[in-house]
Design a protein around this ligand. Structure first.
Ligand code: CTP
Length: 430
C-alpha cells in the first residue's frame, strides 16, 4: 500500500517543493502532543494539514490546529463537498502521520471504515502511512487490538511501537505515545524511503554506543569524539522492529533514551567489555557502534596529579592495551560460548593513510575482526563524528570487493539500512 519514497522534491524552476503531510489526530488525552508534532513538521518546511476525529476535538480545539498548521480543519466528509475533499486530501498527500492513534481508530482503519474525514483520507491514500498508537496497556494488549495492528502492518502501514511509561491516571505500562520528536524522526525515516518492519519480536539485540573514558586520575580521562547518535538510532529502530534491545552506553552527547531500549551505563572499555560479556550470550544480534579506546593509562592515579609535582607522569603516560570487545565476542562465538547463529556487526571509522585508502583499511579490519558485517565510514576531516547525518558502506566477506553503499541520510536512515542488511543475513542463515 505505501509507496517507498515521498515526493520528488524539485520543481522545473529548481525550487524545492514542500512535502504535503497530513497529521491525523484521534481522541485520546495525548492529542495535545500532536500540536508539537505539527510544529516540528512545519519547521521542516512541510505543508501540514491536520485532520482530527470529532473526538480529538474534545481534547484540543480546532483553532489550535488551524493556527499551528496554517490550514483549515474539518472532521467530516460533508465539508467542502465541492472540492471532493474526502478524496482529494488522501490522493495529494505525501505522507499521513496519525498521532495519537487510539484503539478505536486502529479498529476502524483495520475494518476499512469511512466514518469521518480522517478514515476516508486513509482509505484513499497511496502514500506512506504512519500510526503512533496511544492507549491503556490493557487495550494495547487486547487480542482485538493486536490483530488489528497485525492487519494494518500486513497492508504496509507503519504502526510504531508505543513507549512504556506513565499513562493517564496513575497506571503505567506500554501504550504511552512516543514523544513528538521521536515520532517526527521515525516519520522522516519512513518518508525517506526506509521501511520500519515489525519482524524482530522475540529477538534480543545488543548494541554498544558512545565513546569510552579511560581515567588518568580522578579528574582527567582520555576520551574521544563519538556522540553515540548512530548507536542510539540503531537501538530506536531495533526496538521499533519489536526486538528487546540492550544498549551499552559510554560517553555520549545528551540524547533521548530510545523507546523500548534497556540502558547499561559504562565509562571505560573494560566496563563495556564486562557488560557485553554478560549480555552477548543471550543476544541474537550484536552491533558494536561504540568508539572504544584501544589503550588506557596503566596506573591511574588515586589523587589528582599536580603540575609541578607529577610533571613526569603527566608528560609521559604509560599506557596498556584494552581488550578488543568485538574480536573477543567473535572468538567466544567460535568456541561455542555464544550461539553460532548470533550475528555480529562491527563499525570502522577510517581516515586512510599514506599507503591505504579508507576502504582498504576497512577491508583489512573486516578480515582481522572476523565479524559478519562491518559498517565502514570515512571520518577524514572530522566527518561523521557528532554529525546528524552519516554515509558509508556495508562490508561483508561476500561483498568486500564491491561493498554495498549506504544511502546518505540521517543517522536513523543509515540505521534502517544497516538493520535491513542484518535482516537479510538472518533470513539467509535461518
Ligand atoms: N572495538 C572493540 N574494542 C576495542 C576497539 C574497537 O570492540 N578495544 C570495536 C568497535 O566498537 C568497532 C570495531 O571494533 O565496532 C572497530 O573499531 P576501531 O576503533 O575502528 O578498530 P581498532 O581495532 O581500534 O582499529 P584501529 O585503531 O587500528 O583502526
Amino acid at each position: 500500500m505505501s509507496k517507498s519514497v515521498g515526493r520528488n522534491n524539485s520543481t522545473t524552476s529548481g525550487q524545492s517543493e514542500a512535502l504535503r503531510l497530513i497529521v491525523g489526530v484521534s481522541g485520546g488525552i495525548a492529542a495535545y502532543k500532536a500540536c508539537h508534532l505539527v510544529r516540528l513538521f512545519k519547521e521542516d518546511g512541510a505543508e501540514v494539514r491536520v485532520i482530527p476525529t470529532p473526538n480529538a476535538l474534545q481534547f484540543v480545539g480546532a483553532a489550535t490546529f488551524e493556527a499551528l498548521s496554517g490550514n483549515p480543519v474539518s472532521t467530516t466528509v460533508f465539508s467542502n463537498i465541492d472540492t471532493v475533499q474526502h478524496v482529494r486530501l488522501g490522493q495529494e498527500a505525501d505522507g499521513i502521520i496519525i498521532a495519537p492513534a487510539t484503539a478505536d481508530l486502529i479498529a476502524r482503519l483495520a475494518a476499512g471504515r469511512v466514518d469521518d474525514l480522517l478514515s476516508a483520507t486513509v482509505l484513499v491514500a497511496t502514500c506512506p502511512i504512519i500510526l503512533a498508537p496511544a492507549m491503556h496497556t490493557e487495550m494495547w494488549l487486547n487480542p482485538a487490538t493486536v490483530e488489528n495492528i497485525a492487519t494494518l502492518r500486513r497492508r504496509g502501514i507503519t504502526v510504531l511501537e508505543p513507549a512504556s511509561g506513565r499513562l493517564t491516571g496513575v497506571d503505567s505500562g506500554p501504550g504511552r505515545l512516543l514523544e513528538p520528536a521521536q515520532i517526527a524522526a521515525l516519520s522522516r525515516t519512513v518518508l525517506a524511503g526506509q521501511k520500519i518492519v515489525h519482524n524482530w519480536a522475540g529477538k534480543q539485540v545488543l548494541i554498544t554506543a558512545g565513546g569510552t573514558q579511560e581515567d588518568i586520575d580522578p579528574v582527567r580521562f582520555i576520551g574521544n569524539r563519538s556522540s553515540g547518535k548512530q548507536g542510539f538510532a540503531l537501538a530506536e529502530l531495533a526496538a521499533q522492529r519489536g526486538a528487546q534491545v540492550n544498549l551499552v552506553v559510554g560517553d555520549t552527547d545528551e540524547l533521548p533514551t530510545p523507546a523500548g531500549a534497556h540502558i547499561t551505563k559504562v565509562r571505560s572499555a573494560r566496563e563495556m567489555a564486562a557488560a557485553v560479556a554478560d549480555l552477548a550470550p543471550q543476544a541474537d544480534i550484536v552491533i558494536m557502534a561504540a568508539a572504544v579506546a584501544d589503550f588506557r593509562p596503566a596506573n591511574p592515579a588515586a589523587a589528582k596529579l599536580k603540575k609541578g609535582q607529577h610533571d613526569e607522569s603527566l608528560a609521559q603516560l604509560e599506557m596498556v592495551e584494552n581488550p578488543d570487545i568485538l574480536s573477543t565476542t567473535v572468538k567466544r562465538r567460535s568456541v561455542g560460548e555464544i550461539p553460532a547463529e548470533t550475528v555480529i556487526v562491527g563499525f570502522a571509522a577510517e581516515t586512510g593513510d599514506a599507503q591505504h585508502s579508507p576502504l582498504e583499511l576497512a577491508q583489512a579490519k573486516l578480515h582481522r575482526k572476523g565479524c559478519d558485517l562491518l559498517i565502514y565510514n570515512d571520518v577524514s576531516a572530522g566527518k561523521t563524528f557528532g554529525a546528524p547525518t552519516n554515509e558509508g558502506w556495508i562490508l561483508s566477506e561476500k561483498d568486500s570487493v564491491s561493498p554495498r553503499e549506504l544511502q546518505f541520510g540521517s543517522k536513523q536512515v543509515v540505521a534502517a539500512q544497516i538493520l535491513a542488511a542484518i535482516d537479510e543475513l538472518l533470513k539467509e542463515i535461518a
